[in-house]
Design a protein around this ligand. Structure first.
Ligand SMILES: [Zn+2]
Length: 248
C-alpha cells in the first residue's frame, strides 16, 4: 500500500470502519511510515476538536470556502466507492480542520465564564423587554429580587450621571439563578450578573477580558460572583466595575 492509497483511508481507520484486511494493511504501513503516522495522529486530534467545538462555533460558509481553496487537492481515487466518499468528506472537514488550526491558540485561551457572560448579555440586548422591573433607583430594584432568588443581593448600584440603572430581571448564570441589572452609558447596554460564586473559577485580577467584540469584567466578593459585560470600551467598563465593587 502506498502513501497515496493509504491516506484516504485514515479517517475511516480512526473510526474503526475498515474491514479487517484494509485495517491490517493500514496498520502495517503506519508502522513503517512516519509521514502517514503524523497525518493519522493529526486526523485523530482534529476529529476530537471538531466534535467538541464545531456544533457551538460553526465557521461561516465564506470562511470554509476560503480555507478549502488553500488546501491541497484531494488524493485521486484509486479504488471503488471508498475514495469517492473520502472526496466528498475531505473538503468541508479539511476546511474546518484548517480553521481550527488557525483559531487554536485563541480558542484555547477562551474562558467559559467570559463566554457565559457574553451569551447572557446578548440575551439582554435581544430581548424586547430587557428588564422585568424598571428602575426608580436601587430602592425599588433591590427589594424586587426578594423571593425571586435563592440568595440575597446585598447591594444594588443605583447608577450615576455616567451610568444609568435601567432595571433588573432574574437570569441564569451557568447552572444557577442570577440577579441581572441593566445599565446604559449613552447608547451602550451594560449587563451585570450577580450570582452565588461557589465552584466557579472567577479571576481576581480585575482585568477586562475581550471576546467576540465584547468586554467582560469578572470578580468575586465573598460568596457572590459578578460578571459585567458590554460593547462599551474597556476603560469605561472597568470604571463601572470599580464603582459597583466599592459601593458599601
Ligand atoms: Zn506513508
Amino acid at each position: 500500500m502506498t502513501c497515496a492509497e493509504l491516506q484516504p483511508l485514515l479517517r475511516d481507520a480512526a473510526r474503526g470502519r475498515l474491514d479487517e484486511s484494509q485495517a491490517t494493511a493500514v496498520a502495517a504501513h503506519l508502522g513503517t511510515c512516519a509521514a502517514c503516522r503524523a497525518i493519522s495522529e493529526e486526523e485523530r486530534v482534529l476529529d476530537q476538536r471538531l466534535e467538541a467545538q464545531l456544533p457551538q462555533r460553526p465557521a461561516s460558509l465564506a470562511l470554509k470556502r476560503r480555507l478549502a481553496a488553500r488546501l491541497p487537492p484531494a488524493v485521486a481515487p484509486t479504488t471503488g466507492t471508498r475514495p469517492r466518499r473520502w472526496m466528498l468528506l475531505a473538503l468541508p472537514l479539511g476546511a474546518c480542520a484548517a480553521l481550527l488550526l488557525v483559531l487554536r491558540p485563541h480558542t484555547d485561551a477562551r474562558d467559559p465564564l467570559v463566554d457565559e457572560a457574553i451569551s447572557d448579555h446578548l440575551r439582554v440586548v435581544y430581548r424586547d423587554q430587557p428588564v422585568d422591573v424598571e428602575s426608580g433607583g436601587p430602592h425599588r430594584v433591590k427589594p424586587w429580587f426578594t423571593g425571586r432568588l435563592d440568595f440575597a443581593v446585598p447591594h444594588v448600584y443605583g447608577g450615576d450621571d455616567e451610568f444609568a440603572l435601567i432595571g433588573g430581571a432574574v437570569a441564569l448564570f451557568r447552572d444557577r439563578k442570577a440577579a441581572l441589572l441593566v445599565y446604559k452609558r449613552q447608547l451602550h447596554t451594560i449587563s451585570l450578573l450577580v450570582f452565588p460564586s461557589e465552584g466557579l473559577a472567577l479571576p481576581s485580577d480585575g482585568r477586562v477580558r475581550q471576546a467576540r467584540g465584547f468586554q467582560v469584567v469578572l470578580w468575586r466578593d465573598g460568596d457572590l460572583g459578578y460578571a459585567l459585560c458590554s460593547d462599551l470600551n474597556g476603560a469605561d467598563l472597568q470604571t463601572l466595575a470599580r464603582r459597583i465593587a466599592d459601593q458599601r
